[in-house]
Design a protein around this ligand. Structure first.
Ligand code: SAH
Length: 358
């Protein structure tokens, strides 16, 4: 058992089974043993590789989106350009370089902000962005961002926020919880709590026993907070994650440890835990604040932002090895799942306020 597994087991012994959301929170953010607190998740030595770490083109194209979103918002000044959940700070580095080329005055005058909860990752971001000649402020939540128009981006943020699961039993839908089996090991079971049936997907009523659905109140709450701010001050937000555009049944909670899938309960604190993002729930939360929201597949989004042209420009003065590398990156970022690409599995949510600034 990992040290965190022992702690969770004694917690359950003392006060009963815990929900999936609590389990995710402990596994990811426990101050002593949490995965994000203690591990370096990203890159070849970590457990997973994210799009900004795969290719500089990803951040560059997000930079182009930011520039266009700022133009469409009426070129507001002052404006805050922010990223939430920046990991190693790689995306922001590529964004800053791109904005500096597209519009040096915007890069000089915008207030840049990074929103990050992990002190360890904040330090890494400061190192990555050290030496860039713009002012960057760090925040631990969106509440403290300046009261100004906001252009916000977030890659693989929502999948790290906790979900709740519900399981269909002979006596109806019950919250899925984690308790102890007869050997004292962590095990999934059905708890006493029932979900608000109006929140379940349309295929829930006909589901077989054992079927699972997921709800993510923490994700909806964050989306509503961001949307409320955009509705009040103007601006736009872009969220990229893996997930599904339509709600539905299914257990998507997964653990990744050293680049391999792991049993979700096997190594608490030593594996990354994520669950697919329900983009329709996020879009609904944004629309409830009067914003426009649209969902596109990552591949289509990147092509629309000029992925092929950017790859062509970068490869034009290089050798064949560079062009081959760029082709590989394009395939990985925008290609279909069948060939290992992220283009279909990852979705992009664009949220836009109709307020025009100046
Ligand atoms: N965007 C990066 C990292 C993704 S991992 C990339 O694509 O490589 C998720 C990131 O979100 C981590 O930096 C994690 O510490 C941060 N995070 C998790 N919950 C958060 C929250 N509620 N607010 C801000 N950041 C959060």
């Amino acid at each position: 058992m990992t040290p965190l597994a022992e702690r969770i087991a004694s917690l359950i012994e003392a006060s009963g089974p815990i929900g999936v959301a609590d389990y995710m929170m402990l596994c990811l953010f426990d101050p002593a043993y949490g995965y994000y607190t203690t591990h370096e998740p990203f890159g070849a030595d970590g457990d997973f590789t994210t799009a900004p770490e795969i290719s500089q083109m990803f951040g560059e194209l997000v930079g182009i989106w930011i520039f266009r979103a700022w133009q469409s918002a009426g070129k507001p000044s002052p404006v805050t350009i922010a990223e939430i959940g920046p990991g190693r700070g790689t995306l922001m580095k590529d964004v800053l370089r791109t904005l500096g080329r597209l519009d040096p005055a915007l890069a000089r005058n915008a207030q840049f902000a990074l929103v990050e909860t992990s002190p360890r990752l904040t330090d890494i971001q400061k190192r990555t962005l050290h030496g860039t000649d713009v002012q960057i402020a760090w925040h631990t939540g969106t509440e403290t961002l300046p009261p100004a128009p906001l252009i916000l981006v977030g890659n693989e943020l929502f999948d790290a926020l906790p979900i709740r699961q519900y399981v269909k039993t002979a006596s109806g839908w019950r919250e899925r919880v984690i308790g102890l089996d007869k050997d004292g090991k962590l095990a999934f079971m059905a708890g006493p709590g029932a979900p608000d049936m109006t929140l379940l997907p349309p295929d829930a009523p006909g589901a077989q026993d054992g079927a699972i659905v997921e709800l993510a109140p923490a994700r909806t709450a964050l989306m509503e907070t961001v949307a409320h701010r955009l509705a009040e001050h103007g601006g736009a937000a872009l969220f990229i994650d893996y997930g599904h555009a339509e709600p539905g049944l299914g257990d998507t909670l997964q653990a990744l440890r050293r680049h391999e899938y792991d049993d979700v309960l096997a190594h608490p604190g030593e594996a990354d835990l994520t669950a697919h993002v329900d983009f329709s729930a996020l879009a609904t939360a944004a629309r409830s604040q009067g914003l426009t929201a649209s969902v596109t597949a990552q591949g289509d989004f990147l092509l629309r932002m000029g992925l092929l042209e950017r790859a062509g420009a970068l490869g034009a003065n290089g050798n064949d090895a560079l062009r081959e590398k760029l082709t590989g990156e394009v395939e990985r970022l925008a290609g279909p799942s069948a060939t290992g690409g992220m283009g279909e599995l990852f979705e992009v949510l664009e949220v836009v306020s109709s307020l025009k600034g100046q």
